[in-house]
Design a protein around this ligand. Structure first.
Ligand SMILES: C[S@@+](CC[C@H](N)C(=O)[O-])C[C@H]1O[C@@H](n2cnc3c(N)ncnc32)[C@H](O)[C@@H]1O
Length: 200
């Protein structure tokens, strides 16, 4: 099966070098957040669909205890190499996020989302929201960059802010959901940053 729901689909892209989503660095919105007076205090942090690990390394650099998860072997190998080169301690798991080990239930202070949600077929969105709720402590937070483009189809599947509110609100309080001012040029005007806290 070579659909966006399979690791083969993504692994093929890494092996072919057709990784157009890869900006080669951490997302500017996370860089700005961690440098601001609203920076989340360091904690246990999961980065879902971490790819080559740039965001995971950024949070580790800021003192977070980070686990990055991705089911594409080449992504995890590249992320592990980058962590070694940067001399940063980050755990990278090659795993389907929907099979996240149960030992991590309500384990994390933060879940970091950047281009994982948009990589999933829309029918997996509810499962993703349930997953994030399960991973977070009751005091935890989802720190998310949502790809809010309006093009048909995917991946990347776009989502509008109204849909984010509708889908997440049953399980999350939306603390912030704002357009991102400083994205990379290819995504300018097409991203929203959200901070969401799990409802009990
Ligand atoms: C569009 S890429 C984004 C990667 C990274 N976040 C970045 O911005 O460079 C989506 C990533 O999610 C991973 N992915 C998609 N579905 C997944 C799943 N169910 N479990 C684990 N990883 C998944 C893919 O292997 C791919 O690396």
């Amino acid at each position: 099966m070579n659909t966006p729901l399979s690791s083969d689909f993504w692994e093929t892209r890494y092996q072919e070098g057709t990784t157009r989503w890869d900006i080669g660095k951490a997302a500017p919105a996370f860089v700005n957040l961690l440098q601001s007076d609203r920076a989340p205090s360091p904690g246990k942090t999961a980065v879902l669909g971490c790819g080559r690990g740039y965001d995971a390394l950024l949070f580790a650099q800021a003192g977070h205890e980070v686990i990055g998860v991705d089911f594409a072997p080449s992504a995890i190998a590249a992320a592990t190499d980058l962590a070694q080169q940067a001399n940063l301690s980050v755990q990278f798991l090659q795993e389907d996020i929907f099979r996240f080990p149960q030992t991590y239930s309500h384990y994390f202070d933060y879940v970091v989302e950047h281009t994982c949600f948009c990589a999933l077929s829309p029918e997996k969105r509810t499962a993703y929201i349930n997953l994030v709720h399960t991973l977070l402590k009751s005091t935890g937070e989802l720190l998310a960059i949502f790809f809010t483009h309006r093009r048909e189809g995917g991946p990347p599947y776009g989502i509008q802010p109204s849909e984010i509110r509708e889908l997440f609100t049953p399980q999350f309080d939306i603390i912030q959901l704002d357009p991102i001012k400083h994205s990379v040029p290819s995504k300018q005007g097409e991203e929203h940053f959200g901070r969401l806290r799990p409802r009990q």
